[in-house]
Design a protein around this ligand. Structure first.
Ligand SMILES: [Zn+2]
Length: 466
């Protein structure tokens, strides 16, 4: 299993798209982008070779996981592919999920820009990304965790837009060819489409939003089946390793997003498979049974001592159980095992802060800064950095981190205000001062505001330097 985590490229790309995109006025249920190093690593390991075979640059494609029970997926500007957790849980094997991802990548490859209008341009929805585990806990919280849970109507709007039939056919064929070139069967895509159609027939009008956004006719499936069934990799089946990865993705999502009682029914004690034991450990943790959760996670660690995600879970259980000092070594181990994963460093930084030991603050800053270098849009990392700097009396740095936080969640005006204040407090010309200026500009300062800034700068600066 790949343990390499792709750094999140989510939100900065999104902000560019958001400026130009519309948001439907009608409210939809809250959606949150969920982040999980293990799940992202697995999905990217499967999809990147297919994206490449389709002529895309994998690093330019942003994969977003949205916590939403409905079965839907979409592709939009900025090479963004969005997958609802509901769709992932509906797939039975990696090949089906990869087929859907390839289809969405087909829309990206063919530049199928869904019509999104511009009437709402300028409105800035709050886009929030959260660790899968943190989301699970914040959903029932009222404090700082809940404050991070925004409701974004933005993706609800995109997911309700409809591609043209001709675009569907194009995306299907591009996907089929890409899968074949990458040595993957297109059978899963057909299987998945057939299941959705069958369920749709029984459920009456459009059971799944996916069928509204991606019109699916009998003809379309046949037009896909003919070429795909003749391809040389048609009979290729998923490897046992990939099936195991899929089972872990499903178990982890179900356990973190579902009610513990449901998870314990879906994964009864009689099921001693690794995904089932993993799911139960998470369910006990969510149920507040910390001792049981730690014991079951320790058993997983004993079996795979070098699995960074078992250590991550252990750290999380201890942290949420009010034992940050005990959580630190577990999170530190996860970082040692997957040093390129920013989300794991954020966990460690957070635990270090919560130990209450002032000596740990500099260590926390080091971890959080390393995380933001790889994942510059992580709201939690910036919020924590702002908090630490304020505690340390570093007011300029604290304002700058607040500006980064506001920018990362799409509050541009607020980002600009924080960045302007940071700029006045930071040493002129320092890297931080320059970064504050970048944010002011990126946040879309108006010509008038920039002129005003220029005047202030000139007034501040000795004439010789002008
Ligand atoms: Zn489509």
């Amino acid at each position: 299993m790949s343990r390499s985590a792709k750094p999140g490229r989510a939100v900065r790309v999104l902000l560019g798209a958001v400026a130009a995109l519309a948001v439907a006025a009608s409210p939809v249920s809250a959606q949150t982008i969920i982040r999980d190093t293990e799940i992202e690593g697995i999905l990217r390991e499967w999809s990147d070779p297919v994206f490449e075979a389709m002529g895309l640059v994998p690093d330019d494609v942003t994969l977003l996981l949205l916590s939403d029970d409905s079965v839907n997926a979409f592709a939009t500007r900025g090479q963004i592919i969005g997958l609802h957790t509901g769709l992932i849980l509906e797939t039975r094997n990696p090949n089906q999920l990869l087929g859907v991802m390839a289809h969405e990548a087909g829309h990206v490859r063919n530049r199928h820009t869904i019509r999104d209008g511009a009437q709402m341009a300028g409105r800035q929805p709050m886009i929030v990304s959260m660790a899968l585990g943190a989301l699970a806990m914040a959903a029932g919280a009222t404090g700082a965790g809940a404050a991070l849970l925004g409701s974004s109507t933005y993706f609800g709007a995109i997911g309700s837009l409809t591609y043209l039939q001709s675009q569907e056919g194009e995306a299907d064929i591009t996907a089929a060819r890409g899968l074949e070139r990458a040595g993957v069967s297109g059978r899963g895509l057909i299987e998945f489409f057939e299941r959705l159609r069958t369920e749709d027939v029984f459920a009456g009008a459009a059971a799944h939003p996916y069928l509204r956004s991606h019109p699916l006719t009998r003809d379309r499936i046949e037009n896909l089946r003919r070429p795909v069934s003749g391809m040389s990799h048609y009979d290729q089946v998923d490897s046992p390793e990939r099936m195991a990865q899929h089972a872990i993705v499903v178990a982890k999502m179900r356990a973190f997003l579902g009610a513990p009682a449901v998870t314990l029914r879906e994964y009864p004690e009689t099921d001693t498979s690794l995904p089932a034991r993993y799911a139960r450990a998470i369910a006990w943790y969510k149920a507040g049974e910390m001792a049981l959760a730690v014991a079951q996670t320790d058993a997983l660690i004993a079996e795979q001592p070098d699995n960074p995600y078992f250590w991550e879970l252990k750290g999380q259980i201890l942290f949420e159980g009010g034992r940050p000092i005990d959580a630190v070594p577990a999170h530190r181990r996860s970082v040692e095992l997957a040093p390129d994963a920013p989300l794991l460093r954020i966990n460690l930084g957070h635990a270090l802060i919560e130990t209450g030991d002032p000596e740990n603050l500099d260590l926390a800053v080091a971890e959080l800064r390393r995380a933001t270098r790889r994942d510059g849009d992580n709201p939690l990392a910036w919020r924590l950095l702002s908090q630490v700097y304020a505690t340390q009396g570093k007011e300029g740095e604290a304002r700058l981190a607040s500006a980064e936080y506001s920018y990362a969640v799409g509050r541009r005006d607020e980002a600009m205000q924080f960045a302007l204040r940071a700029r006045d407090m930071l040493p002129r010309g320092s890297a931080e001062w320059l970064r504050a200026m970048d944010i002011v500009l990126a946040a879309g300062a108006t010509a008038e505001q920039l002129q005003d800034l220029d005047r202030r700068q000139q007034a501040d600066r000795p004439a010789a330097l002008n």
